[in-house]
Design a protein around this ligand. Structure first.
Ligand code: NOJ
Length: 453
């Protein structure tokens, strides 16, 4: 079936300007949690608390990218990967969140950027990938309206120091996940819970996204500026009215809450009434500050969810019917493997007039990889990527403005509350020895990118 299709998959089909890359994030790979003047982030604190992360895992060393960045960048070169997405650790640059600047942090990222460029690899920076400086959390973190100004200040420093060489920027990574998990459910850092924490964080992150983008635009006028959103294809469990309505609310929560205001459409309050409670945090001047004309929108999709109505879930009145229950294939994250979801999401987001260009800034899968005779035969991951690329290509052929695809991730790394249990890399990491083994999926990607398949 798909096998024949995938063997025909060829880089040339995506066009010469299509951006191929891999994505990473500072906290998940760097380690060196207190090296050279770095301050604590909320994730350093969260991982040090009992029972927060599976197996008590922490990221004090992680993949040791801080020391071994050259080695990993050489591996990028070996895999023919032309674009590398990574994030900056705010508390490495500003240990207290605001001032003074830690020159060692700036020097470190300059070395990474310069080495990437020396290797002919384009740097793509995410300014914020979830690791807020702990000092700022002590002042309320994203629930404090001052967070917008803190973020502008941090962005200004990054733009001034790196904007001469780095032209591709993403402001915030997956706001819906870190506000939902970190400020409503308390299962991610900083571990806050409740509706008012969540709603404040939502509004301040939205304003910080556009404020940061404006700062960047002023300092680096020729920057290619985007921001990234998680998205999940949603379907109702049945055609019953109440399931269809529940699916619409979940779709609004997961896929629309953050993107619509930045496109100038305001919060989608009509389709998710609880968002009306945001109005108490919206100041009159906010309306004009909520939108920004982004050069591209980064979409990160992994799965679909099937939704049914449920009176037991407050605010959304919906529950997910798990992949396990539905008896369909799923990954180590328990996420259904459903490649058409990337097609549906691309089609859906492409209908927003304000989106100029879409880049898939993350897609990938965790499977239980094992090393045997020095090899990792992760056929399932290779197939997952190939099948998603087929679906992306289908959307592209139908005219969707999708112009890039980044795999999550280069190496296995620290997967937040899952610790090191779930491996997403094209490269296997032995976390005891820091040895790297290019998985079969990495070998496939290398051949695919060299266009010799
Ligand atoms: C989304 C996040 O941006 C990234 O940090 C995470 O590791 C992957 N998806 C996989 O869950």
């Amino acid at each position: 079936m798909n096998k024949t299709d995938n063997s025909e998959l060829n880089k040339a089909q995506f066009g010469d300007n299509f951006k191929w890359g891999v994505s990473t994030a500072a906290f998940q790979i760097e380690g060196a949690h207190d090296a050279d003047g770095k301050g604590l982030s909320i994730w350093d604190v969260f991982t040090s608390q009992k029972g927060k992360v599976k197996g008590g895992h922490h990221a004090m060393t992680a993949c040791d990218f801080y020391s071994s960045y050259k080695n990993d960048i050489l591996l990028l070169g070996e895999l023919n990967i032309p674009n590398f997405r990574f994030s900056l650790s705010w508390s490495r640059i500003l240990p207290n969140g605001t001032s003074p600047v830690n020159q060692a942090g700036i020097d470190y990222y300059n070395q990474v950027i310069d080495f990437l460029l020396e290797c002919g690899i384009e740097p793509w920076i995410t300014l914020y990938h979830w690791d807020l400086p702990h000092e700022l959390e002590l002042k309320g973190g994203w629930t404090n309206r001052d967070s917008i100004a803190w973020f502008e200040n941090y962005t200004e420093i990054c733009a001034q120091n790196f904007g001469d060489r780095v032209k591709n920027w993403m402001i915030i990574n997956e706001p819906s996940v870190f506000t939902g998990a970190g400020y409503f459910l308390g299962i991610h850092a900083p571990g806050k819970r409740g509706l008012s924490n969540y709603l404040k964080a939502v509004h301040h992150v939205t304003l910080a996204t556009t404020a940061g983008a404006k700062v960047l635009r002023n300092i680096v006028p020729d920057a290619n500026i985007g921001t990234t959103f998680s998205c999940t294809h949603i379907e109702p469990a049945s055609t019953k009215k109440r399931d269809v309505a529940a699916a619409k609310r979940v779709d609004t929560l997961l896929n629309r809450t953050f993107i619509e205001p930045i496109l100038g459409l305001g919060y989608p309050q009509a389709d998710l009434p609880v968002l009306k409670k945001l109005n108490r945090y919206i100041l009159p001047e906010d309306e004009k500050n909520m939108a920004f004309d982004f050069d591209f929108i980064g979409l990160q999709c992994y799965t679909r969810e099937i939704v049914r109505a449920s009176i037991f879930t407050p605010y959304v009145g919906a529950a997910l019917v798990t992949a396990e229950k539905r008896n369909v294939p799923f990954t180590e994250m328990k996420w259904e493997v459903y490649p058409p979801s990337i097609y549906h999401l691309l089609k859906k987001f492409d209908t927003y007039k304000g989106i100029k260009k879409i880049i898939i800034t993350e897609n990938g899968a965790a499977f239980p990889d094992t090393v045997s005779n020095g090899e990792v035969k992760d056929n399932e991951r290779t197939k997952y990527i190939q099948d998603h690329l087929q679906q992306l290509l289908k959307a592209k052929k139908e005219g969707v403005k999708v112009e890039g695809y980044f795999v999550w991730s280069l190496t296995d790394n620290f997967e937040w509350a899952e610790g090191y249990h779930t491996r997403f890399g094209l490269i296997y990491v032995d976390f005891d020895t820091q040895q790297r083994i290019i998985k079969q999926s990495g070998q496939w990607f290398r051949k695919f990118l060299s266009n010799h398949i």
